[in-house]
Structures are given as structure tokens and as C-alpha cells.
Write a protein that binds this ligand. Sequence first.
Ligand SMILES: CC(C)(COP(=O)(O)OP(=O)(O)OC[C@H]1O[C@@H](n2cnc3c(N)ncnc32)[C@H](O)[C@@H]1OP(=O)(O)O)[C@@H](O)C(=O)NCCC(=O)NCCS
Length: 324
Amino acid sequence: MSLGNPDRPVGGLAVRPPAGVELRPLGRHDLAGAVEMAREARGLPALHDVAPVQERYEGLLGSADTVAFVALADGTASGLAVLHLRRRLNFATFEGWLSDLVVHPSTAGRGIEAALLQALVAEWRLRGGHRILAALHPGEGALREALAAAGFQEAFLDFELSPVIAPEERPVGGLAIRPLSAEDGEAVTRLVAEFGSLRSPVPDRMEAVLRTYAAHVRDVVAGRAASMVADLDGSTVGVCTLEWQRPFWTTDLHAWIPDLVVTEPLRGRGIGRALLTAALRSVADAGAAAVSLESGEQRASAHALYRSMGFAEPGRSWVLRRED
Ligand SMILES: CC(C)(COP(=O)(O)OP(=O)(O)OC[C@H]1O[C@@H](n2cnc3c(N)ncnc32)[C@H](O)[C@@H]1OP(=O)(O)O)[C@@H](O)C(=O)NCCC(=O)NCCS
């Protein structure tokens, strides 16, 4: 990408790749190679026919909220990196999420991970994101090194449930769970603020936070999200956000739970479990193959809840925060 002077690249294309390596934006004709790299990195068998994922792939390329690069080593596609810029409740700016950073084993050790990572970080900075997350799975030593060198720190435990089986409901007296709606903006913002100071919007950011909330409600209405709130005796006391993901390397539907919170005075009464059970019921009913979430290292109660529901822990997410 270049802005202003077309001869001076900015963002990811301003990054100097190692000798013999070229970085360029992922294109339509990279479909088969990109799918193969993304699947191989996840230990999945090759897809012989990529036509069923073509629409998702083109959606990714056409999205203003996604940036993807391919690395060519001596002319051969040997690395892939995909960054999503996503909105999170109570944050005024985008959060970056690196869904894929893959380098073919035959070109390991040439610094391609580091170059791809630098390219995505440069794009994320250009868009003014507040933080960027990258999942690291065991065995990805070169990526760990590249993340550490770029200033990322290990910050979240990753949880994943696949296949998705909803647990038995444990009814809580007086509790009703319903879809999140436009009217819940104030209550949900207050609940999400209970995560701590990073999620407690200051007054001059309130407008941006409410815009993000409104966008989330539109996603719920359009079926891109299935977030829900819990009411107890007429007050909204908990929220569980749930978004659908359609990765380009599979035809499966995935679900992501960005937030689960119950108001502090009412914790320990089964409300969090009831909300998560309802969310998993929606995920199972939608036929999603997997549900994932990230959770801060200090959130022991939440970890106990996820483990009790059979979630596995595939790795950790690392984070880079904007300095200011
Ligand atoms: C995590 C959270 C949503 C759980 O909600 P809750 O209503 O308190 O949870 P429940 O009463 O339904 O308990 C569900 C399970 O959580 C775990 N749990 C709850 N409180 C716990 C505590 N004090 N210590 C350890 N485990 C605890 C247990 O596994 C419990 O199951 P059990 O009752 O069968 O033992 C709530 O603690 C919360 O909002 N925490 C702050 C925000 C947060 O950390 N969210 C998760 C982000 S990833």
C-alpha cells in the first residue's frame, strides 16, 4: 500500500525483508497456496478443491478491516500473515488480531517471520490500534522469538472447545438470559468496565465506545454476533459477547467469545456458568466446529469455569500495546 507519494511505500510495504525475500499484499491468485499454508500450520490435511472457500478468501481480501501479506523466498510463496482490525466493547480504537503468521519449514531461519510480523505491526500502527494480539502455539519457536523481538509479551491463556457440546443447564432462580440489544448500552458498558481500568472508558472516549456498541448491536441483528445478557430480578447483571468467524482456510463456522462478565457483588451464584452455557448452546445449535477465547493470566475463576466445561488450552496469546 502507498499513501501520498506512490514511490514511497508506507505501512507493511515499507518493511525491508531479508535478502532474497519479497513481501507483497496477498492477492486473488494466492488462494490455493495461502489455504495450504494456513492448513499445514494447523496440522490439517490439504484441501484438494479450494472452490468452497473462495468466497471467504475474497471476502478477506476485500475487507477494509483486514491486511494480508505473502512472503516470496526466491520467487516461491513461503510465508503468510493476516491481520484483522476488530472492534472490542469499551475500547475506543481497533484491536489488531494476527490470525495467521506462517512460514514454510523449508525457509525457516531466514527471518521471514520477523519481516511479516514487522509488516503487520506497521499496518496496525498506521490504523491507530491500541493493542495487537497474536496466538502462539507450542512448537512455534521462531514465532516466539519474532514476537519477543518485536516487543510482544505473553498476556493471555487461550481456551478452545472443539467439538462444541453445550453442557446441561443449571437453572438460577430469577435469572433470564436474552439477546443483547440497543437498549443495553449503558448496562453493558458498565459491566465491561468491571474488567478494570483498561476497559473503563474515560468521558472523552464515550462517544467512540458507544459507536462501537452500536456496531456490535448491528452485528447481533445481522446474525454476525449472538451476544447475550443476563437479567436478575429486572437488572442486567452479566454479559457474554459471542461473534462468528469464518476463517478462509476451512468451510467450518467458528465462534469467538470476546467478553464474559458478571457484576462483582453477584459472582459465585451460577450466573457466569448460566451465561456461558447459553452461549455454548447457541454455538452448538449454529453447528460451529469450535469456540475460542482469550483470558488474562490473573482470571483464575474464569479459567476454572472454562476448564470445568471441557475447554482445552492450545497456547497463549501475546500482546503488543501502543506506548501512549
Ligand atoms: C468469570 C466470571 C464471569 C464467572 O461468573 P460467576 O457468576 O462468578 O461464576 P459462577 O458462579 O457461575 O461459577 C462458575 C464456575 O466458575 C468458577 N469459579 C467461580 N468463582 C470462583 C472462585 N471464586 N474461585 C475459583 N473458581 C471460581 C468455578 O469453576 C465455578 O463453578 P462451580 O460453581 O461449579 O464450582 C466472573 O467471575 C467475572 O465476571 N469475573 C471478572 C471478569 C472475568 O474474569 N471474565 C472472564 C474473562 S475471560
